[in-house]
Design a protein around this ligand. Structure first.
Ligand SMILES: [Mn+2]
Length: 326
């Protein structure tokens, strides 16, 4: 555990009053859970938290408490007055997207993250690559600052840990992860309801789309690499309210013998911009592969946004993945 980072962040938080909080674009459970739980901690300390994200929440997270306090970026927010910026679950400030425009030169930045590719962009950094999630770090921060948790914050932190560990299945799950989850459950969390809200609430139209998308999975390198391309035209007829990428990646990694899976999506709205996400069973370091294209993440899970044509990006990335197989 990064005790020094925890102490420094606690000291920096005590110095300021009004905080701007943000997370990466396309926020998921850990991003949302960690920022809302941190906002709760700041309030308990008599501070004012303001959360601004570039993207709205996927529908499956709207059952969480206080999600209505999250503001979506708009240019008027450039006038926003605050005295400390806290960025969560981001390896780099640019991962916040347009929210990075709100950063001012004279304002200190606190960086709270667990990605191995983290660039230590903050003036104060709490980076612990052994932590399962940014939410687990917020749990430690509550303890460090001796602020008692309440049920809502326990729920938010639990969701961050649960989603980032693939419901306690991925290799970032540690004894500390489980003991933290046990502590959180003492607040009377309904884990069945939480799981059902996040993973078992796919709208039927999305199940049909998922079916179409999954029929496009391809395997190469004797079945050791599975990849999938999702062109924008498959998605443009509907507003994406539910985040399917996690479900797609989870399913692909269940293919027998597969070591690396790759999902390539054409971003809607931005021309020639591709988002790719990689997952590994541990034999290939996919953080290194994403870093080679300007992205990053963890050894077993990484991502990158890159300019280019879908097929060109896919060919280059797959070639590099095959080169990294033993
Ligand atoms: Mn995370």
């Amino acid at each position: 555990m990064n005790k020094i980072g925890l102490k420094k962040v606690a000291a920096e938080i005590r110095k300021h009053k009004k905080f701007l909080l943000s997370v990466h674009t396309s926020p998921e459970g850990d991003a949302i859970g960690s920022e809302l739980a941190l906002a709760g901690l700041l309030k308990r300390l008599g501070k004012i938290p303001i959360i601004v994200n570039e993207d709205p929440l996927p529908d499956e997270y709207k059952f969480l408490p206080r999600t209505e306090t999250i503001k979506i970026y708009n240019p008027n927010l450039r006038k926003l007055d605050y005295d400390c910026l806290i960025v969560l679950d981001c390896s780099d400030l640019n991962r916040t997207g347009k929210v990075s425009c709100l950063k001012r030169d004279n304002i200190p930045v606190i960086n709270i993250d667990h990605h191995i590719s983290n660039s230590r962009f903050g003036d104060v950094n709490l980076v612990d690559t052994k932590a399962s999630s940014a939410s687990e770090l917020i749990y430690e921060l509550y303890r460090q600052m001796k602020v008692p948790l309440d049920r809502n914050c326990a729920l938010l932190i639990y969701v961050g840990i649960m989603t980032d560990t693939g419901s306690f299945r991925y290799s970032n799950t540690t004894p500390l992860t489980h003991s933290t989850a046990a502590e959180l459950m003492h607040f009377g969390l309904d884990v069945r309801m939480i799981y059902r809200n996040i993973y078992e609430s796919i709208p039927f139209v999305d199940v049909q789309l998922l079916n179409k998308i999954l029929s496009r999975v391809r395997c190469v390198a004797s079945g050791r690499v599975a990849w999938l391309e999702v062109p924008a035209k498959m998605l443009e007829h509907r507003k994406i309210s539910f985040d399917l990428s996690d479900h797609i990646l989870s399913f692909m990694r269940t293919i027998k013998g597969v070591q690396v899976v790759a999902l390539f999506r054409e971003n809607l709205g931005t021309r020639n911009e591709i988002r790719f996400n990689l997952r590994s069973n541990g034999s290939v370091d996919v953080n290194k592969i994403a870093c080679a294209f300007g992205g990053g993440g963890h050894k077993a899970a990484s991502g990158c946004t890159i300019k280019g044509r879908l097929q060109d990006v896919r060919r280059k990335v797959i070639e590099r993945i095959i080169g990294a197989l033993d």
